[in-house]
Design a binder for this molecule. Structure first.
Ligand code: SF4
Ligand code: SF4
Ligand code: SF4
Length: 424
């Protein structure tokens, strides 16, 4: 297995995801959960991070971080709307600290504004790029559209080709919406054809009337159980169905474990492998606790996480406050104590160590015994983790004995026989 290139790696102290262009984007994807955040800012806001905020962020994030590695993650909206010069300034400011810390940069983009100039810059400065691309044209264009309602596949593909041409390190972030989940191999094989080596699948889950989310914000993000009445909120028609999401991952896994181990890296499988190896999860949704990954808005305001940008979760401002103290405040307020609010079917669950109940924001289903606070995707998660466990255990054994993970492909196909453990 190659080393994970997930841009949500949280292994080094606290983590801050920065949104230097706030919720502004050149696209208008139907399932976007962030564009609506514009309602939280005054009319006429330009959503551009000022140099004063940028300086405060870079200086504090580096100097107050207790670890040798500091990871910068730039997201949006669409962070390339700021132009290359904004990131040249980022690198300039970071330069003052390169003797003290190892500094990395990641950029999450829809890829539609990438140019040769952009990619030369990204390559020269070792940025890891996360490219949002949902699959082949008919799947990508279903929801990823611009303000003129045009599909954006061609532009995103142009971005991919530019990244490849310039040798920029990148991974693809593919969202799995309802219909997408019925075409797992169309999606996966498309990425392989495009020679994408690192893929991450992200389920689309959104409640109907989610401006609604601002009223529910405290409860949704705060990991407390919702009222019974609120629990009946429906999801949007593009939200993935729980079991189908599990089936999607399993279908991709079946192809991967037979043909692609060591050549194509699917982050979702690597996260599960981490669990069975006994490592902490590299992603918040499957970690035992979250709350150390803060979110910085363009105006310097800091929130408990990317999915919790509600007034109740504002922790302070980077210009005036200490990021470590803000993370502590968040945790002291109970944010991130994912384990505490698990329903009993989770605490008794066979795959708890891989799942940890998923993201609390999506714990709005009921368990078989009518208990509140169950993860919406439970059925899919459970199916996926149980199905893949024996294979991943075998990969773990291979790695422990110094053999390459790719031997699993022979074991699965035969004739090489490796004793696959039972589903335990
Ligand atoms: S590209 Fe990303 S930020 Fe922009 S509308 Fe689509 S999902 Fe939202
Ligand atoms: S609330 Fe969800 S998205 Fe936010 S840090 Fe926790 S697990 Fe991650
Ligand atoms: S699979 Fe379901 S029951 Fe098991 S830990 Fe995850 S959400 Fe809970």
């Amino acid at each position: 297995m190659a080393e994970s290139k997930s841009i949500s790696n949280q292994q080094h102290g606290i983590h801050i995801v920065a949104k230097p262009i706030g919720p502004r984007c050149n696209l208008n994807c139907e399932y976007c959960f962030y564009l609506e955040k514009q309602a939280l800012f005054p009319q006429g806001e330009d959503y551009v991070m000022s140099d004063a905020v940028l300086q405060a962020y870079i200086t504090k994030y580096i100097t107050l971080q207790p670890t040798p590695v500091v990871e910068f993650v730039w997201q949006g909206g669409e962070p390339t709307l700021l132009g290359v010069d904004f990131y040249r300034r980022v690198i300039e400011l970071q330069q003052s600290f390169i003797d003290q810390k190892q500094i990395t940069n990641s950029l999450q983009t829809n890829g539609t504004l990438l140019t040769d100039e952009w990619c030369e810059f990204l390559k020269a400065n070792n940025f890891l790029v996360g490219l949002s691309l949902d699959g082949p044209r008919e799947i990508h264009d279903r929801y990823r559209r611009d303000y003129g309602n045009n599909g954006t596949f061609d532009k995103a593909m142009q971005g991919l080709k530019l990244l490849q041409k310039h040798g920029v390190e990148y991974n693809v972030m593919a969202t799995v919406a309802r219909e997408t989940a019925y075409q797992p191999l169309d999606v996966y094989r498309f990425f392989k054809e495009q020679k994408v080596e690192f893929i991450q699948f992200a389920p689309v889950i959104e409640r109907t009337g989610d401006s609604h989310a601002s009223q529910l914000g405290l409860k949704l993000a705060g990991h407390s159980a919702l009222d019974q009445e609120e629990r009946h909120v429906e999801v949007t028609e593009w939200s993935v169905e729980p079991e189908t999401y599990g089936d999607f991952l399993i279908a991709v896994f079946d192809e991967w474990v037979r043909n692609d181990v060591g050549t194509t890296n699917v982050m979702n499988f690597e996260w599960a492998l981490h669990a069975w190896i006994g490592n902490p999860s590299p992603v918040c949704q499957h970690a035992q606790a979250c709350g150390k990954s803060l979110m910085l808005e363009h105006n310097g305001d800091v929130y408990a996480c990317d999915h919790s940008m509600y007034p109740e979760y504002k922790l302070g401002n980077i210009v005036h406050d200490d990021p470590l103290a803000m993370a502590k405040k968040s945790i002291d307020q109970g944010f991130g104590a994912k384990e505490v609010t698990l329903p009993s079917c989770c605490t008794e669950c066979d795959v708890l160590n891989a799942c940890w109940g998923g993201c609390p924001k999506h714990r709005f289903s009921k368990s078989y015994n009518d208990e509140a606070g169950l993860q919406y995707l439970c059925e899919g998660y459970k199916k996926f983790f149980i199905y893949t466990r024996k294979y991943l255990h075998t990969i773990t054994q291979l790695l422990e004995t110094g053999l390459p993970a790719s031997y699993i492909m022979e074991a699965v196909k035969g004739p090489l026989v490796i004793n696959l453990p039972n589903n335990k």
